[in-house]
Design a protein. Structure first.
Ligand SMILES: *Cc1c(COP(=O)(O)O)cnc(C)c1O
Length: 399
């Protein structure tokens, strides 16, 4: 079956069916669970076949930096879930962003990026791409006039994350895509926080989707990985970068992520329900100054989030009284939640962004991204909601 025929077949199935079935390629053994191909290279029937594979006249596996059957199964399943033609797997989420930029940017090009992106994404643009002559303008995620005004003749890429980390702002993907496309600019959306279970950016005009599979696609905090998702035409460029530069996904990690995808929607709905319950409860606590969660009716983009997403995701943040001291005392008072920067795990995690994930930002950049000293991020896991509230009570008692 050609990739086009395969996509046509999967277009007929619902999300939950694709999550457990898309991409399966059986081996001669007839295994039921997806096979894990731990092999770095592949053998050929003959010298003629080897030459044909290398020459590109015959498709097939050569070497696992290029293709691997387990990784391909993951790519096909994720593409099907995003409603996309193709996905290219990478060794991490950062590698997915790196591969995208290497594929579509050259020295002298310009990027417009939302201010409130994952901390390392900010460093990648600010420090490393600058070295190669790619400049970046950071704009407020939700202010369309800033996106418009930042465009230069050499602007090639818009990059955004929605909902944003850690303050949960929501971008109007369709409106930003329209601005980008009027100027021949590509729009890349980091869909790590919602995953395709809650949000499908291509349906709102995005050209490229970025994933850190490390987060919810795995869902249990086991492996590092990422992916770039989009049209065959764009993904062929990204694939060229990955097979040449080498940030390929390991077959073992792809196998872990395939198992994660099977339960993705169930987990995202459970994370979302608990996060909404916790956010609603936190609003009522006297030590809390502000709660950021797009599921709250008081959130400035609540209506947009309701339109664009099936639910509001597992990540929320809130500002406690007492600045850094108050936030650290809250965190140190909790007993169940894991003090770690990771998210998208069955285990609830708690983070102080200003001193960890966003600690490298300048004071001005922190202020622009609204990363205040009293801000705490919680990525709500799958524990019982009442036990999580009780853990927060221990945090408040320690302030
Ligand atoms: C974690 C994360 C990344 C980077 O992914 P890695 O797998 O850690 O490299 C990118 N974007 C967002 C929104 C993230 O949360």
């Amino acid at each position: 079956m050609t990739p086009q025929q395969q996509n046509a077949l999967w277009a007929e199935f619902e999300f939950d069916t694709l999550a457990v079935r898309a991409g399966i390629a059986r081996t001669n053994e007839g295994e039921h669970s997806e096979a894990l191909f731990l092999t770095s290279s592949f053998v050929f029937d003959s010298a003629t076949q080897a030459a044909a594979r290398f020459g590109g006249t015959e498709s097939g596996n050569i070497y696992s930096r290029f293709t691997n059957p387990t990784v391909r199964t993951f790519e096909q399943r994720l593409a099907a879930l995003e409603g996309a033609e193709r996905a290219v797997a990478t060794s991490s989420g950062m590698a997915a962003i790196l591969a995208t930029c290497l594929a579509f940017l050259s020295a002298g090009d310009h990027v417009v990026c939302s201010q409130a992106v994952f901390g390392t994404t900010n460093v990648l643009f600010e420090k490393y791409f600058k070295k190669f002559g790619v400049s970046t303008t950071f704009v407020a995620l939700t202010d369309l006039s800033q996106w418009q005004a930042a465009i230069q003749p050499n602007t090639k890429l818009f990059f955004l994350e929605t909902p944003s980390n850690p303050i949960c702002e929501v971008a109007d993907i369709q409106a930003i895509a329209d601005i980008a496309h009027q100027h021949g600019i590509l729009l890349a959306v980091d869909n790590c926080f919602c995953t395709p279970a809650l949000q499908k950016p291509l349906a709102f005009g995005a050209d490229i989707i970025i994933h850190s599979a490390t987060k919810y696609l795995d869902g249990q905090g086991r492996a590092l990985g990422g992916a770039v998702v989009g049209s065959h035409k764009l993904m062929e460029e990204v694939y060229g970068v990955v097979r040449t530069c080498g940030p390929s996904m390991s077959a073992f990690n792809a196998w872990v992520f395939l198992k994660g995808l099977e339960t993705l929607r169930l987990r995202m709905e459970a994370h979302s329900a608990s996060a909404l319950a916790l956010a609603t409860w936190l609003v009522q606590q006297p030590q809390v100054e502000q709660v950021n969660y797009s599921g709250l009716p008081t959130h400035p983009q609540h209506a947009l989030a309701t339109r664009q997403q099936r639910a509001f995701g597992g990540v929320l943040s809130f500002v406690v009284k007492g600045e850094r001291e108050g936030a650290w005392r809250f965190i140190d008072g909790t007993q169940i939640m894991s003090i770690t920067a990771n998210l998208g795990d069955a285990k609830t995690t708690i983070t102080h962004p200003a001193s960890t994930t966003h600690g490298r930002l300048s004071p001005e950049a922190k202020a622009a991204a609204r990363i205040s000293e009293g801000l705490i991020r919680i990525a709500v896991g799958l524990e019982d909601i009442n036990d999580l509230k009780a853990d927060c009570m221990r945090g408040f008692a320690n302030m």
